[in-house]
Unconditional design. Structure first.
Length: 128
């Protein structure tokens, strides 16, 4: 970050263009190196890995945590393989309280490296 703008290692401003996965637990077949390479060929430079926390298959409810962690780790590697940025989205939707699983989130991100975690706009409004 420089002056409120995202910059690369050469201090050039970066504009993010990309796509989001849907819930990783529901569509894991799209987290592949080939898929990310195709996105890159279309001009994408970022992919958002959306990991739901509460819904069916969610990380904090009935989801397979090991499988979801592996998908995230693979997704990060595929993004790096294709010279793309990656956003890991700890996706809060129906919990009603974005802090409900904050301890689990802290553990997850400490185990899985540095990431950008987005909280949906409506949850931010709810906190104000």
């Amino acid at each position: 970050m420089e002056g409120g703008k995202l910059v690369d290692q050469n201090n050039n401003e970066v504009r993010l263009r990309g796509v989001s996965t849907h819930g990783l637990a529901w569509y894991p077949q799209y987290v592949t190196n080939d898929c990310f390479a195709t996105l890159k060929s279309f001009g994408a430079n970022v992919v958002r890995l959306a990991m739901y926390t509460y819904e069916s298959g969610g990380y904090c409810t009935d989801g397979d945590r090991q499988q979801l962690e592996t998908l995230v780790q693979n997704g990060v590697q595929y993004a790096l393989n294709n010279d793309m940025y990656v956003i890991i989205d700890w996706h809060v939707l129906n919990e009603g309280n974005p802090n409900r699983y904050s301890d689990v989130a802290k553990t997850f991100f400490c185990q899985n490296g540095t990431a950008v975690c987005l909280i949906q706009q409506r949850d931010l409004r709810d906190l104000q």
